[in-house]
Design a protein around this ligand. Structure first.
Ligand code: PRP
Ligand code: MN
Ligand code: MG
Length: 181
């Protein structure tokens, strides 16, 4: 098989740096939500890795639910058309919801999700995004917890894919343009 390191340029965050950041955010979340009925909502599929590690960095038990939405398909650009592929199993009414995302790129997915959640009667809805690309924002999304702000390059790894590949890389790295051009 070809060496995948040929597909990657800069490493933006190593697994070790990501896990250290998750500990930091988990401490903040644990303090902010003490005594509150918190539920984590992960956005499939990209958020699987961050949900797995972030939830285990929290000091208390926490319920998790999942939404599957997709705006990217097989391309590298957001289509802006968000589709629900799997809805939540949980009733959010009265719950303090923390949406867990791998990345905010254009912001279209999250702004759509926040709008969708606003009608479900949650006590609060906040966002934790492990990565955010400030220069790619098409809509502003209020994000209470951000792991890393990164440049506007196509990045893969730690859940982030290009055409369903690279999700199981441990680090997050920039995808070399020759892979998709
Ligand atoms: C990616 C990523 C975020 C979203 C961010 O998901 O995981 O959910 O795009 O982009 P945006 O801010 O421009 O909306 P994708 O639609 O690729 O689905 P996936 O999580 O299954 O890879
Ligand atoms: Mn996603
Ligand atoms: Mg994707």
């Amino acid at each position: 098989a070809a060496d995948i390191s040929d597909d990657l340029t800069d490493v933006l965050a190593t697994e070790e740096e990501i896990l250290a950041k998750l500990d930091e955010v988990a401490a903040a979340v644990a303090a902010d939500y003490e005594g509150k009925d918190l539920v984590l909502v992960g956005v499939l599929k990209g958020a699987i890795m961050v949900m797995a590690d972030f939830s285990r960095a929290l000091p208390t038990l926490v319920p998790m639910d999942w939404m599957a939405v997709s705006s990217y398909g097989a391309g590298t650009k957001s289509s802006g058309v968000v589709q629900i592929r799997k809805d939540l199993d949980t009733d959010l009414s009265g719950k303090h919801v923390l949406i867990v995302e791998d990345i905010i790129d254009s912001g279209l997915t999250l702004s759509w999700l926040l709008e969708n959640f606003s009608s479900r009667g949650a006590a609060s809805v906040e966002v934790f995004a492990l990565f955010r690309k400030p220069d790619a924002a098409k809509v502003e999304v209020h994000c209470r917890y951000v792991g890393f702000d990164i440049p506007n390059d196509f990045v893969v790894g730690y859940g982030l894919d290009y055409d369903e590949r690279y999700r199981n890389l441990r680090d997050v790295a920039v995808l070399a343009p020759h892979v998709y051009s």
